[in-house]
Design a protein around this ligand. Structure first.
Ligand code: GDP
Length: 488
């Protein structure tokens, strides 16, 4: 009984206010009903409307998902290449590529789109996506089964002829047909599937996905395959047809990924073992836990400037105590009752080693005890390698169990951690010049939402460049990526 270990959180609601559904097999996924016991921050409450919508969506996934007659029929339709007038079920396949942070944000984005448009979500199992998580929907699978007729889907790119953008550009389909009710394109005029390219390199035509007329047309296409490496959710808030529904689902707009993330992403039993053993051994006993995500890249040399940026940020913002000069005598005796445990995650160990030495060699000005911990240092990104992916996911999750977060700007790895944690992080700004420490070294993020790095910059009606954030009070440019957009 874990409540014995975590008396502080024993009262917590393991279903997160109805976000999760009861009745899953407990053994198959320990994290699903145990995670609330590891969270000091109970997080935001889901709206009653979100809860009812999730239950209805789970039923849809069961009725139409792999193994059902509806699914077999839809596959036949896809093989025939022809569209059907009013299909029983419609689908969206989310391609899984790049790092785990990107993949999680892509899956969450595709899920929200699926909920808004009553499509069944199917996740491309590439890059261990079939292995890292428990199933989120009861009695069905969210994984795209083997043998999908579009055999080359994982290689779809900006050049794919069946991309929505290319079909619009080449007038294979027309978004202005079907706008009036008496002007509906016949099924024969529509393809059985469209590839939706919402990658960082999306064209204006690809990004017309975020326009109302295009959504009306896309609704009639039974199969969509989507590629994104970003969090496109702020873009969905720009589509007029979705706004009313989104308002009802998420009265608190800064908690969209927070709720979707806690609903969808449960570590499998192996990863949960990595998370809980580490947490219980190194983090549980401290009075406060601080997570520091140091996103560095394989070839980068260790940077004294980045180290200084981290220490200046954490000390200036009062997250970690300052240290006394070498000969300084502590004014207050060190006290275990005022201990801080710091979880550092990084591909390199240098930053952690240096901080650990500093807090060993020098006394803290406050008498606080600071311990440092870094679970792994994998040196290079190895997306798709099983044990590497396990560690990356475990470390994102561990960061999300800390009380205070310091993250690296523009990193989807950090975005996922802050969203699951439900905290606004202190963001280490990217240095314009790598030999200088940015001033200020960090700033408090305006919300816990991830940033949509490459949003559409095009007005659907006027067909010209426009800043979509200017008319929408709850969408702002991101501090860490000024061209990006985020919900606040
Ligand atoms: P982003 O590139 O920072 O947006 O984050 P992603 O998660 O999409 O891609 C980075 C990938 O590099 C991760 O998925 C890991 O494979 C690896 N990686 C980066 N930072 C860390 C880290 O702190 N710990 C571990 N274990 N892996 C990391």
């Amino acid at each position: 009984d874990l409540t014995f270990l975590h008396p502080r959180t024993a009262h917590l609601d393991r279903l997160y206010g109805g976000l999760l559904v009861d009745g899953f097999d407990v053994e198959s996924c320990h994290s699903r009903y145990q995670s609330a016991m590891y969270r000091r921050n109970p997080g935001r409450r889901p709206s009653p409307y979100l809860i009812s919508k999730l239950r209805r969506h789970e039923a849809l996934q069961r009725r139409c998902g792999p193994g059902t007659a509806a699914y077999s029929n839809a596959l036949e339709q896809l093989k025939s290449g022809k569209s059907v007038a009013s299909p029983e079920c419609t689908y969206i396949v989310s391609i899984s590529y790049r790092g785990i942070g990107n993949r999680i944000l892509a899956a969450a984005s595709a899920f929200l789109y699926a909920v808004l448009t009553d499509r069944v979500l199917l996740i491309d199992p590439s890059n261990e996506m079939d292995e890292l998580f428990c199933e989120p929907f009861p009695n069905t699978t969210w994984l795209l089964p083997p043998g999908f007729p579009l055999t080359d889907y994982a290689n779809f790119s900006i050049d794919t002829a069946e991309s929505y953008g290319n079909m619009v550009k080449n007038k294979v389909i027309r978004s202005d047909v079907g706008v009036a009710d008496d002007d509906v394109p016949t099924a024969a005029q529509l393809p059985a599937f469209a590839y939706v390219h919402l990658n960082y390199d999306a064209t204006i035509e690809d990004n017309s996905f975020f326009c109302g007329d295009d959504q009306r047309l896309l609704r009639r296409i039974q199969w969509l395959v989507m590629r994104t490496d970003s969090y496109i959710v702020p873009g969905l808030f720009l589509v007029p047809a979705f706004q009313e529904e989104l308002d009802a689902l998420f009265p608190e707009r800064d908690a969209v990924f927070h709720l979707l993330g806690r609903y969808l992403f449960h570590p499998n039993n192996h990863v949960w073992g990595l998370v809980t053993r580490y947490y219980d051994t190194y983090l549980a006993a401290a009075r406060q836990r601080i997570g520091i995500q140091v996103r560095v890249f394989g070839g980068m040399p260790d940077s004294p400037e980045l180290l200084e940026q981290i220490t200046t940020c954490t000390q200036k913002e009062g997250l970690l105590p300052e240290v006394l000069p070498a000969a300084g005598e502590p004014i207050l005796p060190a006290s275990r009752a005022r201990s801080k445990a710091v979880l550092v995650t990084s591909l390199k160990s240098w930053y952690y080693e240096r901080m650990k030495s500093m807090y060993w060699e020098l006394a803290t000005a406050t008498g606080e005890v600071v311990s440092l911990h870094q679970p792994s240092h994998e040196e290079f990104q190895q997306s798709g390698a099983r044990s590497h992916e396990h560690k990356a996911w475990a470390e994102i999750y561990l960061l999300s169990l800390t009380d205070v977060l310091v993250t690296s700007g523009r990193s989807t790895f950090g975005y996922v951690a802050q969203g699951l944690a439900g905290v606004r992080p202190w963001v280490l700004y990217k240095a314009a010049n790598s030999s200088a420490v940015p001033d200020p070294p960090c700033g408090r993020d305006v919300s816990m939402e991830p940033c949509f790095h490459k949003p559409p910059g095009h007005d659907c009606r006027l067909k010209q460049w426009a800043d979509p954030s200017k008319d929408v009070p709850y969408i702002q440019h991101c501090d860490d990526a000024i061209w990006g957009l985020k919900l606040v």
